[in-house]
Design a binder for this molecule. Structure first.
Ligand code: GMT
Length: 386
């Protein structure tokens, strides 16, 4: 490999998959000796410890009586310019076209010949955003076309970028799937499972445990999670654990009460170490209507937990139907529930699938392999666009 790089990373510093992927890439690059500068409005959730080669630069958005809306994108551009100049950055690796690639583009214009190369990683919600708000299309498209390199986590998202954003197919978009740290996301054992059940406290848990982790946005279709569980729990002694928080939370809590399931459903809210929960459960539910990849499902597979979900967008690329889980059409809660019951009632088949899930996650999505791809891509873009 070539010389050590100086990389600026910008992402949404939240619990969402894009923030997780961005942070894990940064931490892995730092371990490989590159200097990594996170340029974000807050410390990314997974960046929870001091590490050599990692630096954090806060984007402060100053208010002013003139501003109805403080200009985050401009504050980010200014910070990018400052960090690039002081730290002599080689690359801005931004996660999300809008506004991060747009801010990087502006920073590049200001920095001129000394500007770092821009690598934009799309995460899917860029496309959903344009679907919901068409006025963002020109700026999303422009920011993608002006990037020096573009990556996506799935074939689905590559095709959607060409189709929905009308990006010319001659534009190279590199597929680098999301990845897992299989040591962190390892299966639970009998002891951890027992401890977990007891720790659920007011929700004493017997039987099987179904789990869902998300940001509780409408695209996750958490009402389908509840409907699937309602059917499963009628046939199999089971509980449902919900991890995360977001705009749908109140509605879902109300639905759980309406269906009289409150003693069987545990809302755990936002959690830092989801692996400590998911590895102690039996089945992961992901019935989303939109999912460019489905990192949460991959993390479940890595812990040996099969996934039942929808066959939307990028999910079938990650969850191989009948091999590591089962997929049905969006909203088909009947079929999802029958797959869940079938799997949970056949211990031999469950054990086979659980083992296959873990093996598949390690073989296809190991962190080292995919970080190698990002690192090679960095060098490729620096060489190509020199
Ligand atoms: O929808 C989420 O879970 C959050 C969102 C985000 O912005 O972090 O996730 C997107 O990026 C993840 C990482 O690439 C993907 O695994 C998710 O599938 C994707 N979400 C959607 O496409 C809706």
């Amino acid at each position: 490999m070539g010389e050590k790089l100086k990389i600026g990373i910008t992402c949404y510093p939240t619990f969402g998959g894009s923030g997780v992927v961005a942070t894990e890439i940064g931490m892995a690059m730092a371990q490989r000796g590159h200097r990594v500068h996170f340029i974000c409005y807050d410390v990314p959730r997974r960046l929870n410890r001091f590490s050599q080669n990692i630096f954090f630069h806060e984007v402060e958005v100053h208010d002013n009586p003139l501003f109805d809306f403080p200009p985050y994108s401009l504050a980010l551009s200014s910070k990018m310019v400052e960090v690039a100049q002081y730290e002599d950055l080689d690359i801005f690796h931004v996660h999300y076209a809008v506004p991060h690639a747009t801010s990087a583009y502006l920073a590049k214009q200001i920095l001129n010949a000394k500007a770092p190369k821009i690598i934009t990683t799309l995460h899917g919600t860029d496309i959903t955003l344009v679907g919901n708000e068409r006025s963002y299309l020109p700026i999303t498209r422009f920011s993608i076309l002006e990037s020096d390199g573009v990556t996506v986590p799935s074939h689905f998202l590559k095709n959607a970028t060409y189709d929905k954003l009308n990006v010319p197919t001659a534009t190279d978009i590199r597929i680098i799937p999301n990845f897992i740290d299989s040591e962190q996301f390892s299966p639970g054992d009998a002891e951890s499972k027992e401890k977990f059940r007891q720790s659920l406290g007011h929700c004493p848990v017997k039987g099987r445990i179904l789990v869902h982790v998300s940001n509780f946005r409408p695209v996750k279709r958490i009402d389908d999670v509840i409907r699937v569980f309602e059917k499963v729990t009628k046939q199999i002694d089971s509980h449902l654990v919900l991890v995360g928080d977001g705009p749908e939370r109140s509605k879902i809590e109300a639905l759980v009460r309406d269906l009289n399931l409150q003693n069987k459903v545990c809302f755990l809210g936002k959690q830092q170490l989801t692996q400590e929960i998911v590895r102690n459960c039996d089945l992961f539910l992901l019935p989303s209507s939109n999912e460019s990849f489905g990192l949460a499902a991959l993390e479940a597979l890595s812990t040996g937990v099969p996934v039942i979900g929808s066959n939307a967008e990028g999910i079938p690329e990650v969850v191989k139907h009948a091999e590591v889980g089962y997929l049905a059409d969006i909203g088909d809660v009947e079929t999802m529930a029958s797959y869940a019951v079938k799997l949970l009632s056949n211990h031999k088949e469950y054990d086979r699938m659980s083992k296959a899930a873990r093996e598949y996650a390690i073989a296809e999505y190991s962190k080292d392999k995919l970080i190698d791809q990002y690192e090679s891509y960095y060098y490729e873009i620096l060489k190509e666009k020199a």
